[in-house]
Design a protein around this ligand. Structure first.
Ligand SMILES: NC(=O)c1ccc[n+]([C@@H]2O[C@H](COP(=O)([O-])OP(=O)(O)OC[C@H]3O[C@@H](n4cnc5c(N)ncnc54)[C@H](OP(=O)(O)O)[C@@H]3O)[C@@H](O)[C@H]2O)c1
Length: 230
């Protein structure tokens, strides 16, 4: 039996991860912060008994810390750290504030780190032992030609660093990590004019997750497998 846990599973890329893993026959733990208003996900789960909803606001540290007990004995083959915000009200010189910035960092950076900490034994106990962080090309310092996006860029660059550290620290247990840029995708965040559909992006990410080895662990890739400079 193979299992995936996905954060931010109620819409966008997260919901598409739920659909594609479920279509592959995996058990899916679909985490979202407001299951009561996650109509599409709730309907999907009611039609697909292998999809289980978990209420999780990734900024709630107590809820994250309760996960090891709630999920005790459950091996998690793929941990998909997907929940994220763009921080578009904390993007340019002139509009940044401490509170807005810390909120972005909390969701995009601190939460994935705490989730890795909380669930590392569940991942290590699985067959596939894979952690995927949904990063972004704009995390790349070498690729930063246009500036701006201060809070988002830094939050995802720090996420990348966390994934590399986790790759080093968990290698002994056979756990692999990957930071992946999903492409510019048609979701609420990416907008209608984005280049890729969630279907294309998620299929590519799952493919990359399945190809990940201990040798390639801790790398930063696009969903199609091409590398991105740090
Ligand atoms: N779309 C793109 O072009 C693109 C490009 C590069 C990277 N990404 C990354 O891909 C990931 C998914 O993005 P998306 O395009 O699917 O965005 P989206 O449609 O805006 O969805 C974002 C998801 O994150 C969840 N989320 C936000 N804050 C949360 C919190 N505190 N606790 C739990 N869940 C929370 C949202 O839940 P609610 O519905 O409750 O708000 C939603 O499920 C993000 O990490 C994003 O940075 C996207």
């Amino acid at each position: 039996m193979t299992k995936v846990l996905i954060t931010g599973a109620n819409r966008g890329l997260g919901l598409e991860f739920v659909r594609q893993y479920s279509a592959k026959g995996w058990d899916v733990l679909a985490a979202c912060r407001s299951p009561e208003s996650a109509t599409e996900l709730t309907k999907y789960a009611s039609d697909n008994p292998k999809v289980e909803l978990i209420k999780l606001d990734v900024t709630n540290e107590a809820d994250i810390n309760a996960l090891p007990e709630t999920l005790k004995g459950q091996a998690i083959d793929h941990l998909i750290l997907n929940a994220g915000v763009l921080g578009d009200d904390c993007a340019t010189l002139g509009e940044m504030t401490q509170s807005k910035w810390l909120e972005v960092l909390n969701i995009n950076t601190v939460a994935p780190a705490l989730l890795i900490q909380a669930l590392r034994d569940n991942v290590a106990a699985s067959e596939h032992k894979t952690i995927i962080g949904i990063s972004s090309r704009v995390a790349s310092i070498g690729d930063n030609g246009s500036g701006n996006m201060y809070s988002y860029r830094t939050s995802k660059a720090a996420l990348n660093q966390i994934l590399v550290s986790a790759a080093r620290n968990l290698a002994e247990q056979g756990v692999k990590t990957l930071a992946v840029h999903p492409g510019w995708v048609q979701t609420d965040m990416g907008g209608k004019d984005a280049t890729f559909t969630p279907q294309e992006s998620v299929a590519g990410i799952i493919n990359q997750a399945e190809q990940l080895t201990l040798e390639t662990s801790g790398s930063f890739k696009v969903f199609d497998g091409s590398d991105i400079e740090w």
